[in-house]
Design a protein around this ligand. Structure first.
Ligand code: ZN
Length: 81
């Protein structure tokens, strides 16, 4: 990655984490075991259209974990398990 791309990626990662933290603080209250995931754009939305490109969201289930992603927007994802 070029330095400018790395800076952009870093800034966007921080923004996503800050927004998610704010959302979760507001919705979880004091129940730290509550799983709030419905605000995520693709998580657990396999088969539905990607909010960015409209393609189908792919979903993999393994070891009681769910991985959801868009093959168009997130190409090259390789899961080894
Ligand atoms: Zn997409």
């Amino acid at each position: 990655m070029k330095p400018a791309e790395l800076e952009t990626l870093h800034a966007q990662c921080r923004q996503v984490l800050e927004e998610a933290t704010e959302t979760l603080r507001g919705r979880m209250g004091k129940d730290i075991h509550k799983k709030v995931r419905d605000f995520l754009m693709v998580h657990n939305k396999g088969g539905q259209p990607c909010p960015k490109c409209g393609g189908n969201i792919t979903q993999l289930n393994a070891n009681q974990r769910i991985t959801s992603y868009c093959r168009h927007c997130q190409p090259g994802l390789l899961i080894l398990n």
